[in-house]
Design a protein around this ligand. Structure first.
Ligand code: CP
Ligand code: NVA
Length: 301
């Protein structure tokens, strides 16, 4: 792992397990008034896209670890008036001990990283959402007791930041990931070639095939932030990829259903599945807090 969390591509399987173990420990120890590894530290949060979970879990996590969070929307800082990421990174490095960034292009994020003198955490770009995946893996391990060999079906937009992140996570954690996505929204070759670890990734246009005996079912919105102009076309093409009761019948009877949220009931997933007994979405959302505290504690010294 570098000094930053960019994606899961630059992490070893051992580093992943260490982060998840720390996340479990922090979850068990939540509220310990003596655990303040970020005391005296200030962490900036530059967000140019909306957020509920990521923003709140980071702000609360930083506070619980004894640090101070500064939320900086693009309208609060000069980035909104075209100041460059590189100049912003140089300046903020003189004030802050760490920075969390959510923005559009991954290259914009990397531009910031290359000029930052303090650790940077990817809080979602168009390409990757590693913090979500750390929470997802923590949640899978809690509910299934293992990661190695777990069969995961990722259904829907197979070229999104979530699908990309699942590809890296599955390899790293030794999982068996099947992506069920239409040809227009299958993972790019450059992403399939990334990452390390023993896990396997297969891609099919047949959602039922991807679901076969799956122990974890995952889906994400059909229209990610920044892709609103393609909404009409996406909703049409992705319709056969809805996670519903019929599709669920192909999965393992005890399969768990996950979604990074926000969710659109009746689009990528039906209410009967998302709010049904196999859903573990609220534990998944909660674990954002614990997993991100583990990231901050590990990176910011
Ligand atoms: N899952 C997730 O990142 O949610 P937000 O967009 O609300 O942060
Ligand atoms: N793919 C979604 C994830 C939201 C957490 C998006 O980028 O909008």
């Amino acid at each position: 792992m570098t000094n930053h969390l960019l994606s899961l591509a630059d992490m070893t399987p051992e580093e992943l397990i260490a982060l998840l173990d720390l996340a479990d420990q922090l979850k068990a120890d939540r509220g310990n008034p003596n655990h303040k590894p970020l005391a005296g530290k200030s962490i900036g949060m530059i967000f140019t896209k909306s957020s509920t979970r990521t923003r709140v879990s980071f702000e609360v996590g930083i506070q619980e670890l004894g640090g101070t969070a500064l939320f900086l929307s693009k309208n609060d800082i000069q980035i909104g008036r075209s100041e460059s990421m590189s100049d912003t990174a140089e300046v903020l490095s003189r004030y802050l001990h760490g920075i969390v960034i959510r923005c559009n292009e991954h290259d914009t994020f990397l531009d910031y990283v290359s000029h930052s003198k303090v650790p940077v955490v990817n809080a979602l770009t168009d390409d990757f959402h590693p913090c979500q995946l750390l929470a997802d893996l923590q949640t899978v391990r809690e509910h299934l007791g293992r990661l190695k060999g777990v069969k995961v079906a990722y259904i829907g937009d197979g070229a999104s930041n979530m699908a990309n992140s699942w590809i890296l996570a599955a390899k790293l954690a030794g999982m068996d990931l099947r992506i069920g996505a239409p040809e227009q929204f299958q993972p790019e070759a450059r992403i399939l070639e990334m990452g390390q670890g023993e896990g396997t990734v297969t891609v099919t246009a047949d959602p039922a095939e991807a679901m076969k005996d799956a122990e974890v079912i995952y889906t994400d919105v059909w229209v990610s932030m920044g892709f609103e102009e393609e909404a009409k076309e996406r909703l049409e093409i992705l319709k056969p990829y809805q996670v519903n009761d019929e599709l669920m019948s192909h999965a393992d009877a005890n399969a768990k259903v996950m979604h990074c949220l926000p969710a659109y009931r009746g689009k990528e997933i039906t209410a009967s599945v998302l709010d049904g007994p196999q859903s573990i979405i609220w534990d998944e959302a909660e674990n954002r807090l614990h997993a991100q505290k583990a990231v901050l504690q590990t990176l910011i010294k």
